[in-house]
Design a protein around this ligand. Structure first.
Ligand SMILES: Cc1cc2nc3c(=O)[nH]c(=O)nc-3n(C[C@H](O)[C@H](O)[C@H](O)COP(=O)(O)OP(=O)(O)OC[C@H]3O[C@@H](n4cnc5c(N)ncnc54)[C@H](O)[C@@H]3O)c2cc1C
Length: 389
């Protein structure tokens, strides 16, 4: 196996795979170096929500462009993404009604199928939801969820068709520089060289950046989810929901399950190598209490399983995309718990940046890694509170 490539991508998650595919389309052969196995990090634990509802326009644009991939996965990527259309409902408390209206107007302006609905509409979509604690909601009829493992695997297969290689069980231990430019990496499987190195290491991104002498503003974020066996009265497939009133999101899962995640008490700054085969103590009780607030009949459900995962989080809870530090070194990380659904478009835009010097499909300059030094944190026009609090 040749140890030389056009680009080295550190991290075999959905972002590493997406970038390898898009660089391949543009004629660059990548080496994806993964210390464990494909999708062993956040990607393999992701809840896989696919929706366009963000309060920041560039994120909605990335999600909308990515949606084109999810909708036509077989034609664009090949294989299966497991995309399941359920429709998506965003619920907010009274305090954020105006922001919700502003955001739906922004989504409509950029072409996203999104509309305002009222509690009666929500009852029609999901008669088993409690609907007496909000006045207005956003609805995306086309949205749903996908299968993150299938998405990563099919992206990587597609990348291989363009000459990319995935090296698993290969931990990057150092980054080599020559005359201020990156030249290669040392790993548990020897040295590899390339003039371009991309940090797509998720929750491990800070330590990878440090190897290149870069102090990257990215920390670790832990997130747990629970799967509940839903009672038979609840249909197998119902709308996916972000319920800001209860700081929770949930969706149906195959096998008569409901997946629940919570927006609060997600620890920041833990080691990304912590135990994730089970959720943290107390999480399941909180998750079940909250889902029963929105779906009272869930009291007749029972716990199926629980688990956790780690992602990288930035100070403004938005992605970190672009060149930083030595020439040839790029960041594609800091996805702050929402990076799955935007990965196809992010890979495309990063490939445009790397090959052409600027992204043209979506302007990703707002996600510039240098914004933190400038104190220029991203803030939405119609902002909700931080999603993770
Ligand atoms: C529980 C959970 C639920 C989520 N739900 C959603 C959701 O519903 N929708 C959504 O959009 N987003 C969601 N996210 C966020 C989303 O999953 C992540 O933003 C996304 O998967 C990040 O992908 P990645 O490729 O950047 O990182 P990862 O998938 O973490 O990949 C990074 C890879 O780098 C490897 N690595 C680390 N160090 C090294 C090294 N030294 N050498 C080689 N390889 C290394 C790791 O092993 C890992 O496989 C969720 C995250 C979690 C944890």
């Amino acid at each position: 196996m040749s140890n030389t490539a056009d680009a080295i991508i550190i991290g075999g998650g959905i972002h590493g795979a997406s970038l390898a595919f898009h660089l391949g389309q543009r004629g660059l052969k990548s080496l994806v170096l993964e210390k464990k196995t494909l999708a062993a990090g956040a990607t393999g634990r992701s809840s896989g929500l696919v929706r366009m509802h963000y309060d920041l326009e560039p994120e909605s644009r990335l999600a909308w462009k990515s949606f084109e991939y999810f909708r036509h996965w077989k034609d664009i990527i090949g294989g299966d993404s497991g995309f399941t259309r359920t429709g998506f409902i965003q619920l907010v408390s009274e305090n954020y009604e105006e922001a919700l209206r502003g955001n739906v107007a922004m989504h409509q302006r950029i072409g996203i199928p999104s509309l305002l609905i009222d509690p009666e509409d929500v009852r029609r979509l999901a008669p088993f939801f409690r609907t007496d604690d909000f006045n207005v909601a956003a609805y995306e009829p086309e949205s749903g969820y996908a299968d993150p493992n299938a998405v990563a695997a099919s992206l990587m297969d597609a990348a291989k068709r363009f000459g990319a290689r995935l090296v698993q069980d290969c931990a990057v231990t150092g980054i080599q520089l020559a005359s201020g430019k990156v030249s290669g990496v040392s790993t548990s499987q020897g040295d590899f060289s390339a003039p371009i190195i991309v940090n797509a290491a998720g929750a491990w991104a800070q330590s990878i950046a440090a190897m290149a002498g870069v102090d990257l503003s990215v920390d670790t974020w832990r997130h747990d989810v629970a799967f509940v066996r839903q009672p038979k009265s609840i249909p197998a497939n119902y709308p996916t929901v972000i319920d800001n009133i209860h700081s929770m999101y949930f969706r149906s899962e195959t096998g008569g399950l409901t997946l629940i995640g919570l927006e609060d008490k997600n620890p920041i700054g833990e080691s990304p190598d912590g135990f994730t085969d089970r959720a943290q103590p107390g999480f399941v009780e909180r998750a079940i209490e909250r889902i029963c607030e929105r779906i009272p009949s869930m009291e007749n459900g029972d716990l199926h399983s629980d688990q956790g995962g780690y992602d990288g989080i930035s100070p403004d809870q938005r992605a970190i995309l672009g060149q930083i530090g030595p020439e040839g070194f790029y960041a594609q990380c800091g996805f702050s718990g929402t990076g799955f659904k935007i990965a196809p478009a992010v890979g495309l835009c990063m490939s445009e940046l790397i090959v052409d010097g600027a992204a043209k499909t979506v302007d990703i300059s707002p996600f510039d890694p240098h914004r933190f030094e400038r104190g220029d944190l991203l803030k939405a026009e119609h902002a909700y509170e931080d999603i993770w609090h």
